[in-house]
Every structure is written in structure tokens, then in C-alpha cells.
Design a binder for this molecule. Structure first.
Ligand SMILES: [Zn+2]
Length: 373
């Protein structure tokens, strides 16, 4: 039975299991950024950005942890004083004993992350990651005596190996003969010291995201009967379906360009949109990317999207897209703030499932710092 109050590190682990820090951009700064790992958390607050208003809100609500999307420390900090905004925020947080965990590009790249929230709020169905990540998929091959093949594969699957899209427990198995000669100091499960042994073994292959390697190997070793386990880990260059940039899906029915633009503006509560019109009169297949997603224009076109909804689009990107893809800049705040409430909901559900008692609140002071005349 779990204790009733989690620590900052317990909550960080939950977020990490959805949006592993290893999937974040190299220059990003994500994870547990402020506070003590063992501090108990009875109340937590979620926000897109950290501002002085939100720190004051956290203090009034006696919150021990703030979870933000944008990292409170992004550029290297050389001093913590009240001369600058980051210094003031850090001083206040530390003085008040408030911790911060930030999930930024790792939440952008996660399944069920920022872009998926944006897709769902726009009513897209049949959604999937637009540009699957590369280079973070591995394969573990392990040699197991026949009697233990199922138990080893099950343990590895429970630790996160063998999932391919909507399919779990995926493995490939081939039977063969393993040989070994135990030394006089060995404590073999099968065989005797100094005698070569031949054993019917199964070669089990399972795919896994690299960030699950430690857990999968530990689970495999914990049920493998051999003293010395023979296994290989391979790097794969296959696209990784577990993380990537943007989401693509389909509207329940096609909309005219004007109706689509009004739909986006209403759903995202955007004061205005910047856009160029694409080649199709009707919009049905839509790509989205919360925050700056201009780099995905080519991929959206390649996957026959009629429109891409994102933010921070430059003039020349609009110029290139005109007549090809309906490119919509709906605002950085508008395309990302929609992810905070689903994150709060998931966190509440997971905390409840793990038996933790925590009050999870959404900040009432999230606001777009950018204004228009
Ligand atoms: Zn952002």
C-alpha cells in the first residue's frame, strides 16, 4: 500500500514515465529544476509559464510543487539575485520552499502530450504523431532456457519492451542450442564445473525505447535463471512511434477554409490568427504542433495535410506555404495552454491510481504576455 503523501521525486517520476527527459531537445532544460526531492507534496499547481503572479498564487494556496511546461531556468544562471526576472523567481521559490518540475520539449514530443491535446481540442480523429522521432529505439536479444522463455518475455514486456503502436507483448523467438562450460568457481543453474553443457535455448528479441532499457534489463535479469545472462542490446534507426513532433488527424467532416479558420479561432480562444490559404478549398486532414512548429510544413505537405496549425511562423515560411498548405499561426500561448488542463487530469488520475492524496490545481493566472492593438 502506497504512503498517502508523495514527494516531489514521486511526482517527477510519474511525469518522466509519460514524457521522458531523454526525449527532450539537447539544449532544453527539463525535469526537477527547483527544490528538494524528498519534500512532501500535498498540493500542486500546474501552469504554462512561471511568473511572479503564479508564485504568489502558489504561496497563497500553500502549494509545495508547481509543474510548468516552459522551464523556469532555461539559459545557464550565473547568479541568483533580485536583479533579474529568473533570479527573483528562484529566490521567491526557494524562500517559500516551493519546488518546480518542468516538462517542456519532452512533453511536446510525448504521445498524449502538447500536440495531441491541441489535436483533440480541434476535434481531430484518427490521430498519430506527425514526425516520429529517430534514434531512440533499441532491441534487446536474450538467450533463455526453453523452460523460462515465457516468464522472461513477460517480465520484459511489463517493464516496457515489446510494444509496437497498439500491440503489446511483441517478441520474436527462435529455438537453438546454447553451450557453456562452468568454471570451478561458478554456481551454474544447469551443468557441472569443467564440463561443457548444451542446452535448448530460445533467442527472444524485443524492441524498446532507449529510456526503458535499465528497467527492462533489470526485469529480465530478475527472472532469468542463469548466473551469467547472455544478451545483446542493439541501437535501431527505425522511426520511434513513442515520441515525435506534431500530430496529424482528420476532422469529423470537411470544412471550407473560412469555416476551418473560424473553428480554430473559437476552439483556441485566439484573439486573431495569422494565416495563408493552401491549395484545397476544403480542409479535412489537419496537422498541428503546439508552439513553434514551422519546421513541420514539409512533413505536413508530404502527408497530404490540408492545413497545419502551429505558432511563431515567420514571414518567409508563410510565403513558401501559400497556395500549397493552409498554414495557421494561432499563437504560442493559444496552441500550448490547451495542454495544461489535460495534463492536470492525467496527473490526478495517476495519483489516485497510485494511492496518493494530492490536490491538483490549474493556475488561474495563466495569460498570454503578448497583446495586440
Ligand atoms: Zn512553448
Amino acid at each position: 500500500m502506497a504512503k498517502s503523501t508523495p514527494t516531489v521525486s514521486d511526482i517527477h517520476s510519474i511525469i518522466e514515465s509519460w514524457a521522458p527527459g531523454q526525449t527532450a531537445w539537447e539544449e532544453d532544460n527539463v525535469g526537477h529544476l527547483v527544490g528538494r526531492k524528498d519534500a512532501p507534496v500535498r498540493r500542486l499547481l500546474l501552469a504554462l509559464d512561471l511568473t511572479e503572479e503564479i508564485v504568489a498564487e502558489a504561496r497563497r494556496a500553500r502549494v509545495q510543487l508547481i509543474v510548468t511546461h516552459h522551464p523556469v531556468i532555461f539559459h545557464p544562471v550565473s547568479s541568483v539575485t533580485d536583479y533579474d526576472r529568473t533570479g527573483r523567481l528562484l529566490l521567491q521559490l526557494i524562500e517559500e520552499g516551493i519546488s518546480v518540475v518542468s516538462a517542456h520539449t519532452n512533453l511536446d514530443f510525448a504521445r498524449h502530450g502538447v500536440s495531441e491535446s491541441l489535436a483533440l481540442i480541434l476535434g481531430l480523429g484518427s490521430i498519430r504523431i506527425l514526425h516520429a522521432g529517430e534514434g531512440k529505439l533499441e532491441k534487446v536479444v536474450v538467450f533463455v532456457p526453453k523452460s523460462h522463455a515465457d516468464v522472461v518475455a513477460d517480465a520484459m514486456a511489463k517493464a516496457g519492451a515489446g510494444s509496437l503502436g497498439e500491440y503489446d507483448d511483441c517478441s520474436f523467438r527462435v529455438e537453438g542450442t546454447g553451450t557453456f562450460t562452468p568454471s570451478s568457481h561458478a554456481n551454474p543453474y544447469i551443468g557441472r564445473a569443467g564440463e561443457m553443457e548444451r542446452v535448448e535455448e530460445v533467442r527472444i528479441e524485443m524492441i524498446l525505447p532507449s529510456w526503458k532499457r535499465g528497467g527492462v534489463l533489470a526485469a529480465m535479469r530478475s527472472v532469468h535463471p542463469y548466473e551469467e545472462v547472455a544478451y545483446d542490446v542493439y541501437d535501431l534507426s527505425n522511426p520511434n512511434p513513442y515520441y515525435g513532433a506534431g500530430t496529424i488527424g482528420t476532422l469529423p467532416r470537411p470544412l471550407t477554409q473560412d469555416a476551418f479558420l473560424r473553428h480554430v479561432r473559437r476552439k483556441l480562444r485566439a484573439a486573431h490568427l495569422r494565416f495563408v490559404r493552401g491549395r484545397t478549398a476544403l480542409i479535412e486532414r489537419v496537422a498541428v504542433c503546439g508552439g513553434a512548429g514551422s519546421d513541420l510544413v514539409g512533413e505536413a505537405v508530404r502527408q497530404h495535410a490540408d492545413a497545419l496549425v502551429t505558432a511563431d511562423v515567420k514571414y518567409h515560411t508563410f510565403l513558401d506555404a501559400e497556395g500549397c498548405l493552409t498554414l495557421v499561426d494561432a499563437g504560442h500561448f493559444e496552441t500550448e495552454s490547451v495542454a495544461i488542463s489535460p495534463l492536470a487530469r492525467r496527473l490526478k488520475e495517476e495519483l489516485r491510481r497510485q494511492g496518493w492524496v494530492v490536490s491538483v490545481q490549474l493556475s488561474k493566472y495563466m495569460k498570454n504576455p503578448v497583446q495586440w492593438l
